[in-house]
Design a protein. Structure first.
Length: 101
């Protein structure tokens, strides 16, 4: 399995971020061709301190080729363009092959 992880920085307006993410961005992401699963959540820490990121999303694909094709698809491009609508505080995107111990 190949995973794309997107970690979003803390926005100025968390409620507006979550409203947009839930109603527009997450459903758009879930329609990417070839995606096996998509999950996301609001970050927390064990001690209640402020986490490094506000929201983290994981997009899982059967292979790296499938992930790259999805990013280049119309749905993937639309998701990338949508980032300007809610992710103004920035984000980090990482990709990796998932290994299970």
């Amino acid at each position: 399995m190949f995973r794309i992880t997107v970690a979003y920085n803390h926005p100025e307006d968390p409620d507006a971020f979550l409203a947009h993410y839930r109603s527009i961005h997450a459903p758009l992401t879930a329609t990417m061709p070839g995606i096996s699963s998509f999950e996301w959540g609001v970050s927390e820490t064990p001690d209640g301190s402020t986490p490094a990121h506000f929201v983290v999303g994981n997009l899982n694909f059967p292979s790296k080729d499938a992930a790259l094709a999805a990013l280049g698809s119309p749905e993937g491009k639309a998701g990338g363009e949508d980032m300007a609508n809610f992710a103004g505080a920035g984000f980090v995107m990482d990709m990796h092959e998932v290994e299970v111990a």
